[in-house]
Design a binder for this molecule. Structure first.
Ligand SMILES: *Cc1c(COP(=O)(O)O)cnc(C)c1O
Length: 349
């Protein structure tokens, strides 16, 4: 075995496959603003841009520097989703043809100065109460409410279609849009919204997590493989305790493998016993507390398992969603918390 390392392998063919799955449920004229904030949810901003440029219609980011990196690679629309806050930043948007969201009254004076130079997405608050202009404040934005601009909102509960807040938000959005004098384009849906409410797609949708396979819907696959090698194997009797705190006791004679990966690599420290991993195509489970650099797993029932074998923490065959749900976490957080020391490999860019 060469020096072991934890690895994050990103397969962009899977990202493109996920985008096709998103497209397959949308009307043909609906455009996709692929959300690649936070380093493309940990999938590498630049490589993701290269990989998806011919299958999406635009990019949504949060930080201005992300927008500028994409602009070096792609000529497609880029939206600064949380807006900008100074005339210096507006000048940069103008120079690089980057669109901006306006989500608050405080942004209005500057946005008006640039209203003829930039394309704006006007964000209304329909009930999430995070970002967005109150609907009754919209009339103060008159000069920005024009055909070339987009009216947008964001759903608080898109992942739970039974939640009544979804319909409240749709009604509030309809109300706002129906009172406009112009025929603005519309954008409501994030990933879960696309799958749960495709009839609300309108002109633009804004999927992020679905492109990376971080939610469970038909046709989506976890596009990253997080794995590391086994560096030690312990043969234990019944009633022996494992790891820090000795939180777990063997119920029978057991074979335990120690994997070269821990919370300092980005695997959640809080992972509970029974969290699934895959070794040599067999399901195995975490047993004992996750340490900074090591994870212990039960390989009692896995034939021929040896030092140097790879253990997958999540992968296309072991959904990151399953792992997240089991531990009351969300895939978004797992994806964006992968640490720098994990060795990156990129397939099918
Ligand atoms: C992050 C974000 C999205 C994408 O959300 P996903 O759940 O990852 O699809 C869409 N719209 C806005 C405004 C966002 O902040």
């Amino acid at each position: 075995m060469i020096e072991p390392n934890s690895e994050l392998i990103i397969d962009y063919e899977l990202v493109r496959g996920n985008i096709q799955a998103i497209k397959s449920i949308l009307p043909a004229n609906c455009k996709i603003m692929g959300i690649i904030k936070s380093n493309a949810y940990g999938h590498d901003l630049e490589k993701s841009t290269h990989a998806m440029d011919d299958v999406i219609d635009g990019y949504g980011v949060v930080r201005l520097e992300e927008a500028l990196k994409i602009r070096e690679i792609s000529l497609k629309p880029i939206l600064a989703m949380q807006g900008v806050y100074s005339s210096d930043a507006y000048d940069i948007l103008k120079k690089n043809n980057i669109w901006s969201v306006v989500h608050s009254m405080s942004q209005l004076p500057l946005a008006k100065q640039y209203q003829d130079d930039l394309l704006f997405w006007i964000k209304v608050n329909t009930g999430m109460n995070r970002l967005g202009i109150a609907i009754d404040e919209l009339d103060q934005f008159q000069s920005l409410l024009k055909d070339s601009n987009v009216l947008m909102t964001h759903l608080a509960c898109a992942d739970n279609p039974k939640d009544k807040l979804n319909n409240t938000q749709f009604e509030n959005f309809d109300h706002a849009w129906n009172h406009l004098e112009n025929n603005m384009q519309r954008s409501i849906l994030n990933s879960a919204g696309v799958f749960n409410f495709p009839d609300q797609a309108y002109d633009w949708v804004r999927p992020g997590i679905a492109m990376y396979g971080g939610i469970d819907f038909p046709g989506l696959k976890t596009a990253m493989t997080f794995r590391s090698q086994i560096i030690s194997i312990q043969f234990l009797d019944k009633n022996e305790r494992i790891g820090y705190g000795g939180r777990v006791k063997t119920k029978k004679p057991s074979k335990i493998a120690i994997v070269y990966c821990g919370y300092a690599d980005g695997f959640p420290q809080t992972a509970i016993d029974g969290t699934s991993v895959i070794v040599n195509s067999y399901q195995s489970k975490i047993i004992g507390r996750v340490s900074m650099d090591l994870i212990s797993i039960d390989i009692t029932d896995i034939p021929d398992c040896k030092i140097g074998d790879w253990c997958e923490l999540w992968s296309p065959d072991l959904s990151i969603v399953k792992n997240a749900n089991k531990n009351n976490l969300i895939s978004y957080e797992l994806m964006t918390k992968m640490s720098n020391r994990v060795k990156r490999k990129h397939l099918n860019v």
